[in-house]
Design a protein around this ligand. Structure first.
Ligand SMILES: NC(=O)c1ccc[n+]([C@@H]2O[C@H](COP(=O)([O-])OP(=O)(O)OC[C@H]3O[C@@H](n4cnc5c(N)ncnc54)[C@H](OP(=O)(O)O)[C@@H]3O)[C@@H](O)[C@H]2O)c1
Length: 378
């Protein structure tokens, strides 16, 4: 019925006005046809739309980056846990870029070595002990940095801890400890700097979470739970603060070679737990150079990016888990069968006091080198 009506209408149109492809005799004005035909062909070609869409997206992104660009030179960057590992590398690179850096940690000797190495590079540095789980100490830290440097432009919530072991080895206290450091620590610092950043109408907040905050990993449950909480806080905060000129970046690294297994806590069959964790942490295809990780994070600060997932395995895990969460959880269930089981809930042991049950000499040498470079030896 419909096709009959269309056929009738076509029949009623004077053929001189109809382009030949519409069924006329090709007697439209030739010049107009020459001009409109290629345009029409392009406009109706889906590849042209894909190309135009991609070009518009790239242009929009470049414009957005240019509008939100933020140089580190002359800025004050506060890095919690900037005394070793990733935090110290961030401090070194921010200092090299001309920023004034403030760092904190709990251990005074590690802090003193970090301050010394930053000063030797020529960076303007403030360093003080602070336990980020304590709200009063964090408020004192913010006052100290403001008194020394005027104001804080960038807060990097990097201080973190990890406890490794099966859920049977964990108690509620282990979960509370991870939450206190990995979730409440960043929140304490955010709530303390926010009024100042708001009054200045500008600032950057970076929350170093983990791929474990997007995909829960067996034998890391207290850690993963606390990093999931941090990711939720960080993403919601970005949405709320966007209009006030404060940009929040959520960073989810996969494994990085920071030398941190020495300071991680291992529960259950701690030597066996330390072995798999330390091997994974130093294995080239699984883990990433901390120098590269820090460069990517500071680039995200400059551009005000919302999310950064670091390392190829972490990116793949993130995408696959987003599409097939059941599949990845079941796959991790299979991996869990290979991990050491336990019935013991005894106290955790720090990595530097564990004995690897398998030793791979070249990985061991690399792990020692990384630990020395990143101030992990005490
Ligand atoms: N290494 C990885 O493979 C990896 C992967 C994903 C995510 N991450 C995350 O990246 C961040 C840095 O990791 P990393 O490997 O560099 O760790 P790290 O080497 O163990 O360094 C942790 C830093 O945080 C400080 N810190 C810990 N608890 C603190 C507290 N309560 N108050 C103040 N400072 C505290 C430590 O100093 P003190 O002990 O002296 O206080 C140290 O400076 C962490 O948030 C971690 O969860 C690491």
């Amino acid at each position: 019925m419909k096709s009959k009506v269309i056929a009738t209408m076509n029949h009623m149109m004077p053929s001189k006005l109809m382009p030949s492809k519409w069924g006329g005799r090709g007697s439209t004005i030739p010049l107009l046809r020459i001009a409109t035909d290629p345009l029409l062909r392009i406009a109706t070609d889906p590849r042209a739309w894909v190309f135009a869409g991609a070009a518009a997206a790239a242009g929009g992104r470049a414009l957005g980056r240019w509008l939100t660009r933020f140089e580190l030179r002359g800025r004050t960057v506060l890095i919690t846990g900037g005394t070793r590992g990733l935090g110290l590398e961030l401090a070194r690179q921010a200092g090299s870029a001309g920023a004034r850096v403030a760092i904190c940690g709990r251990d005074a000797d590690t802090l003193a070595r970090a301050r010394e190495s930053l000063s030797q590079m020529g960076a303007a540095v403030l360093a003080t002990t602070c336990d980020v789980t304590d709200r009063n100490q964090v408020a004192e830290l913010i006052r100290f940095v403001q008194a020394g440097f005027g104001h804080i432009d960038v807060l990097i919530n990097n201080a973190g801890m990890v406890e490794v072991g099966p859920v049977e080895a964990m108690t509620a206290v282990d979960f509370e400890r991870d939450m206190a450091t990995n979730f409440w620590g960043p929140l304490n610092a955010i709530l303390a700097v926010l009024p100042h950043m708001r009054s200045r109408g500008e600032g950057r907040i970076v929350n170093i979470a983990s791929i474990g905050g997007k995909l829960s990993v067996p034998h890391l449950l207290p850690y993963s739970s606390s990093k999931f909480a941090l990711v939720g806080l960080s993403e919601g905060l970005r949405a709320e603060l966007r209009a006030s000129g404060i940009l929040v970046t959520t960073v989810c690294p996969g494994l990085m070679r920071t030398g941190s297994p020495r300071h991680a806590t291992f529960k259950g069959r701690h030597d066996a737990e330390y072995t798999w964790f330390n091997l994974a942490d130093n294995f080239p295809l699984l883990s990433m150079d901390v120098e590269r990780a820090a460069r990517r994070i500071l680039r995200a600060v400059r551009h005000g990016n919302s999310h950064v997932v670091l390392s190829l395995p972490a990116k793949v895990a993130d995408k696959v888990h987003g599409l097939f969460p059941g599949l990845t959880s079941d796959a991790l269930g299979l991996a869990n069968r290979l991990l050491p089981s336990t019935e013991s809930r005894e106290h955790g042991v720090e990595g530097q006091h564990c004995r690897p049950v398998v030793s791979v000499p070249w990985l061991g040498a690399r792990s020692d080198r990384v630990a020395t470079q990143h101030n992990q030896t005490n």
